[in-house]
Design a protein around this ligand. Structure first.
Ligand SMILES: *Cc1c(COP(=O)(O)O)cnc(C)c1O
Length: 376
């Protein structure tokens, strides 16, 4: 038996949807792209959405659209996938790590404030596991210092902050459609925004910096064939068959999130009184969409717990190694970063299996195995 920590849910209707596009005229730059964008934008309540080739590309174009470049500092959390900080480096900017709130695992607004300098241009909060960050506090700081907020919501499709879906609450929000995330397109990502100007820039950076819109052209439009490259962009397009999969998956998003929350409730109940386990904190007014269910192991070394759970067939994992601890960051000026809460949390974290297809029997096995750990 092996139960992974996460996996996709693909049904026959998903397969049908992809096959239909494969038989159609457009494999890429066809009608499924905007249909998928519209579906996600409507779901999260945003005016605009841009689908791209993956979540990392989404973060990159969001940083470009925000105008991040050399000399700019961007504050993010160390407890995240490296892409949340790498996207700043891609633009020539400097990621700055603020420590986390030990209770929520998310970036601590007080430490954001301490890390602000005259060079700070943006904040990239990450809704770790699907638990929304303290957005009110983050927006207050952003307003005060005139900063752009790009939410990394790779974990948070379907999550809610004070009754509103994550996806339209900041300047831009990024989603990922990697198979372990809430919905999948294989690889895929999206940026949502309510700002038309940002939307236009995002579109440019997705396709080489090329435009066919006359209003954006710097020279005279020479004719029907004519287009202009006005920025240095990329080919970050997603295909139509991927978007067909995304549209089909979005029909089930409420079911997916519901099932994840059900599983989390089972785990919460089972581990509430188990000594040596801290279950995830529930932030008030927030709805966690549980991309991950991460516990803290407090009375045995995490490695011992990890090895035992793996040996029992649980594909547990650790999310994440603090970004500044990676050798690339260590040798590029981050060796004296001080984020004690992040490092303490990292030493105790374990992600348990969490995905909609987990059966009740599998959940029971996870609970029994975790409870049965010697010393836990
Ligand atoms: C998955 C993920 C991303 C984007 O990943 P892609 O694999 O490029 O889609 C970004 N940030 C976080 C926190 C993630 O978990």
């Amino acid at each position: 038996m092996f139960i992974p920590y996460g996996r996709q849910t693909i049904d026959e209707d998903d397969i049908q949807a992809v096959c239909e596009v494969l038989r159609s005229d457009y494999l890429t730059t066809g009608p499924k792209i905007s249909e998928f964008e519209k579906t996600v934008a409507e779901y999260v309540g945003a005016k605009y959405a841009i689908a791209v080739s993956n979540g990392t590309a989404a973060l990159h174009v969001a940083c470009l659209a925000a105008g991040i470049g050399e000399g700019d500092e961007v504050i993010t959390t160390p407890i995240t996938f490296a892409a949340s900080a790498n996207c700043v480096l891609y633009c020539g900017g400097t990621p700055v790590f603020a420590d986390i709130d030990a209770k929520t695992y998310n970036i601590d607004p007080d430490d954001i404030k301490r890390k602000i300098t005259s060079k700070t241009k943006a904040i990239i909060p990450v809704h770790l596991t699907g638990q929304p960050c303290d957005l009110d506090a983050i927006h207050t700081i952003a307003d005060e210092y005139n900063l752009i907020v790009i939410e990394d919501a790779a974990h948070a499709l379907g999550a809610e902050y004070k009754g509103k879906k994550i996806g339209a609450l900041s300047h831009m929000t990024e989603f990922s459609f990697h198979p372990v995330k809430h919905i999948t397109t294989g690889e895929g990502g999206m940026v949502t925004t309510n700002d038309e100007k940002l939307y236009e820039r995002l579109k440019l950076y997705r396709t080489h910096g090329i435009t066919r819109e006359e209003s954006l052209m710097l020279n005279n439009n020479e004719g029907g064939w004519y287009y202009e490259q006005i920025e240095l962009g990329y080919n970050y397009r997603i295909t139509d068959f991927q978007c067909a999969l995304g549209i089909s998956q979005m029909k089930k998003i409420n079911k997916f999130v519901e099932r994840r929350r059900e599983i989390a409730a089972e785990y919460d109940k089972a581990f509430a009184k188990v000594e040596g386990i801290i279950t995830p904190y529930q932030a008030e007014g927030c709805k966690n969409s549980y991309h991950l269910y991460a516990i803290q192991v407090t009375n045995m070394p995490r490695k011992e717990a990890y090895d035992k759970l793996r040996a029992a067939g649980l594909g547990v994992n650790v999310h994440y190694i603090p970004v500044h601890k990676h050798p690339y960051y260590q040798k590029n000026g981050y060796s004296d970063v001080c984020c004690p809460s992040a490092e303490a949390l990292y030493s105790r974290l374990i992600s348990l299996p969490m995905y909609p297809l987990l059966t009740d029997e599998e959940i029971e096995y996870v609970i029994k195995t975790v409870k049965g750990l010697g010393g836990l």
